[in-house]
Design a protein around this ligand. Structure first.
Ligand SMILES: [Zn+2]
Length: 239
């Protein structure tokens, strides 16, 4: 779980410079004239919500997953965005907190922590959402993967398999199924990954006791149940 804000360095630092350059051009209104119209459009797509009156409405306490409880993370641990319109979402990243549920909530509220995930799942299946999916949470320790993913923490320790309860697996799988459905993410191990699989990470979570086969099966079942429910509702409403 613990992880630092992705620091711009090396190639990323250069990208950031270029990005600033494009922004300056855009603000100067000269972008199209110098033949960077495509880049400017791309930049505009990422920035439109910062313009006055253009921001999507947000409701205090709103959650993206029905049944989740909202507890706001410190604004220092995430970045405001407008996903999936500015950054596409194509990964769900599975974490284990290496601590209790309460301590995870506490550190995500701490502006000094520098990291937080969108969701925390408790042993009894309770889900707390701390960052909206449209925003970029600092949970992967990798800027690109933060921008393209939704992060889910599971309260417990990687070396304590008993922490991963049936209720936790079931609730987390329903959550992941909904996320995959919303953004058209394939339910497979390429798109639903562990923190350990993020390029450059030194984190090991969710660890060897996380049962991926079981988890993927539960996500698929939850996705199918939700699809057939949707079909049934549609049939009822047109009958
Ligand atoms: Zn992690």
């Amino acid at each position: 779980m613990k992880d630092e804000k992705a620091k711009p360095r090396g190639r990323r630092a250069k990208d950031a410079d270029r990005r600033m350059g494009r922004r300056t051009l855009l603000i100067g209104g000269a972008a199209a004239a110098v033949g960077t119209a495509v880049l400017a459009r791309d930049e505009l797509r990422r920035l439109w919500w910062r313009m006055p009156g253009m921001e999507k409405p947000r409701v205090d306490g709103a959650v993206d997953f029905r049944g989740a409880t909202w507890v706001a993370a410190s604004a220092a641990n995430w970045r405001r965005a407008d996903r999936p319109d500015d950054y596409g979402i194509d990964r769900v990243i599975i974490h284990v907190t290496q601590g209790s549920f309460a301590s995870a909530v506490r550190v995500f509220q701490d502006p000094g922590h520098g990291a937080a995930a969108h969701y925390i799942v408790r042993k009894d299946g309770h889900i707390t959402q701390m960052i909206r999916e449209l925003d970029v949470a600092f949970h992967a320790g990798n800027r690109e993967f933060n921008e393209r993913s939704v992060g889910i923490e599971h309260a417990g320790f990687v070396d304590r398999p008993e922490d991963f309860t049936d209720a936790m697996y079931a609730a987390s799988a329903r959550l992941t199924a909904r996320i995959c459905e919303r953004y058209g993410i394939p339910v497979d191990r390429e798109h639903i990954i562990g923190h350990v699989e993020i390029p450059g990470t030194d984190h090991t979570d969710p660890g060897p006791h996380w049962d991926w086969d079981r988890y993927l099966r539960l996500v698929r079942e939850a996705a199918e149940a939700s699809t057939s429910r949707g079909v049934a509702e549609a049939a009822t409403s047109t009958a």
